[in-house]
Design a protein around this ligand. Structure first.
Ligand code: 5GP
Length: 193
């Protein structure tokens, strides 16, 4: 997606450990008109009419999924929570995830009543690195008996292993920009994204 790649080149910042910071338009301040274009592009890549639910993970996925849902006939958005709170009552699906940015393990959780066997689910997230977050969300979908239609990622880091592993497993994974390298602060992209 050219618009997204241009924005990454303009405003993205390379940080330590292969981390790309996009706080000025995606992860802290949010550019809504860019998210609208991202939402339209996800719809173009996932035209399946049966998609009725978008699953994401707090916090950065929520805004992306909420805007994208408008292009999916106002599909319901469910976000997995990272901490157990009193608000999360009833039975839960849970899966362990290793946090890329903090390095620690946490549990993602979704209330059972929001994911059921009749659901056709698109998973959306901001970044794909080693695939831990997506694997956790896919495990929750598996537990629920819902149907996974595919995974939509805004920025995949192709130099980390998550994307390759998920594609090898046959997951319909669509990344709107694939960063192939970040070298001396210079970002380069894989052509086909
Ligand atoms: P994974 O679970 O695929 O290893 O990492 C994906 C998660 O880690 C995303 O939900 C995202 O929040 C975070 N993440 C991974 N790499 C980056 C990065 O380069 N920049 C930012 N801002 N977040 C990242």
């Amino acid at each position: 997606m050219e618009l997204l790649k241009e924005r990454i080149l303009r405003d993205g910042r390379a940080a330590e450990g292969g981390v790309l910071k996009v706080d000025s338009f995606l992860n802290h301040q949010i550019d809504i008109s860019l998210l609208q274009e991202i939402g339209k592009e996800f719809r173009r890549r996932f035209p399946q009419p049966e998609i009725n639910k978008i699953l994401t993970i707090e916090a950065s996925g929520i805004g992306i999924a909420a805007i994208a849902a408008q292009y999916f006939g106002n599909a319901d958005v469910v976000f997995a929570k990272k901490t157990r709170s009193k608000n999360l009552d009833g039975e839960l699906y849970t899966a362990p995830v290793r946090s890329y940015t903090r390095g620690e393990m946490f549990e993602v959780q979704v209330a059972r009543r929001y994911l059921t066997p009749g659901d056709h689910v698109l998973v959306i997230d901001d970044f794909l690195a080693h695939g831990q977050a997506l694997k956790g969300l896919m495990e929750i979908i598996r537990q629920s008996g819902a149907h996974l239609v595919g995974c939509g990622i805004v920025i995949e880091k192709g130099f980390q292993s998550g994307g390759r592993q998920l594609r090898e497993q046959g997951v319909n994974l669509q990344s709107l920009a694939i960063v192939d390298s970040i070298s001396d602060g210079v970002v380069s992209f894989r052509e086909e994204a």
